[in-house]
Design a protein around this ligand. Structure first.
Ligand SMILES: Nc1ncnc2c1ncn2[C@@H]1O[C@H](COP(=O)(O)OP(=O)(O)O)[C@@H](O)[C@H]1O
Ligand SMILES: [Mg+2]
Length: 374
């Protein structure tokens, strides 16, 4: 059986001064009014599982206002085995990640499941994966692949730096401060790192497409959906394309080909949802991409990631809500926030653990002692 989170403790995490929650395998529902801390609790779960927040690159944002540090701990059960994870951060010093008290030095390694558990998150902002810019879609892919391979995460970070340095060099060549011959060295470095990204993404493209189609069929309808990787240059042509772009790149001072220029195309009946999708189609496609990520992780690791989905029920019709509730109940573990328990049918709630969230505190309800949210 895949790992699940059994307990979480938050200290100075956003609006939580100190709080503890016990979680169950299967469906967990966080219920509360707006601005009470539901989203923050889901973020804290992702923070302790992956070592950083999926909502912000800036760790100090999650530190409770007026406090000097944040700490989130979790107990993860994997088979009969229990592990203690902890992430602590004080602005100005290095983030501390530990598993059973032993430090994990590399964030990339921690994020790639060294703690034995991975998460797939859905926050309302994630709509931008479908609706936003190519960089939003690349980040989705990079986060997914990084959650499986620390080498991918490292290559992605180094590639971004290498492209920046190449761009600086391009401008110096343009301004007559460097010679064009120095470009070849940077090209080699950029291609070597870029190929790690291209190959990782290319290998993921077909399975993601397949999983996305299946999820869209279940969530949206029988219309043909597809997600496809769109290259600025294929791996085979990459080095040559970079060379051919030299004079244009020097003129513009930017690197015009490579994985940092690529995109994912998300289609429904051949229509690009990024440009032409309705809000509802974009939302369902985002959800379907998240389920595709779940299935991809499951194929790659044999383990089900934990689903942390924020407020997914509110904008769906009843058929889709019931379908989703069924998916969550069958998941190894899903933690789902809502303002209204009525979005879940009574039968689903009876099998779920329901946690009340109010003003940065968490109240436990027993697994079956829940009424229907009257
Ligand atoms: N770093 C922080 N320190 C203290 N409070 C914060 C911090 N970040 C956000 N908040 C507060 O958390 C509350 C929102 O919590 P959130 O989890 O988004 O609520 P919801 O239950 O609607 O999902 C807001 O009142 C916001 O001001
Ligand atoms: Mg919220």
């Amino acid at each position: 059986m895949s790992a699940h989170i059994r307990a979480i403790r938050l200290v100075n995490f956003r609006n939580y001064a100190g709080a503890t929650a016990l979680l169950s395998p299967g469906l967990n529902v966080l219920v509360g009014e707006n601005a009470q801390g539901k989203t923050n609790l889901l973020e804290a779960l992702a923070f302790v599982v992956s070592g950083s927040s999926p909502r912000t690159p800036n760790d100090s944002e999650v530190v409770r206002w007026g406090e000097g540090f944040v700490r989130v701990e979790a107990r993860v059960v994997d088979g009969g085995h229990e592990r203690r994870l902890a992430v602590g951060y004080a602005p100005g010093s290095r983030k501390r990640l530990t598993v059973d008290g032993a430090p994990v030095e590399s964030l990339a390694r921690y994020a790639a499941g060294v703690a034995g558990v991975r998460a797939v998150t859905f926050f309302p902002d994630d709509l931008r994966v479908v609706k936003g810019s190519p960089s939003d879609r690349r980040s989705f892919l990079d986060a997914l692949l990084s959650s499986l391979r620390p080498a991918y995460a490292r290559a992605a970070a180094e590639y971004a730096r290498a492209v920046q340095q190449r761009n600086q060099l391009l401008r110096r060549i343009r301004d007559g401060l460097s010679s064009e011959r120095t470009l070849a060295t940077w090209d080699r470095k950029v291609v070597e790192l870029g190929l790690v990204l291209l190959e990782g993404r290319a290998a993921a493209a077909a399975p993601l497409d397949e999983h996305f189609r299946a999820s869209m069929r279940a969530l949206y309808g029988p219309q043909k959906a597809a997600v496809g990787y769109s290259y600025s240059a294929t791996p085979e042509r990459y080095a040559q394309a970079l060379r051919e772009a030299h004079s244009a790149d020097i003129e513009r001072g930017i690197t015009s080909v490579g994985p940092h220029r690529d995109d994912l195309r998300i289609l429904l009946e051949g229509v690009d949802l990024t440009t032409y999708g309705s809000q509802g189609q974009q939302r369902l496609a985002t959800l379907a991409l998240k389920f595709a990520a779940r299935d991809y992780i499951r194929d790659a690791t044999g383990q089900d990631p934990v689903l942390l989905f924020d407020d997914v029920m509110s904008e769906l019709d009843e058929r889709r809500r019931d379908y989703l509730a069924g998916c969550f109940l069958e998941s190894t573990q899903a933690v789902i926030s809502t303002t209204n328990l009525r979005y879940f049918e009574p039968g689903a709630l009876r099998r779920a653990r329901v946690l009340g969230i109010s003003g940065g505190s968490i109240s436990q309800t027993t697994k079956s002692g829940v009424d229907n949210g009257g």
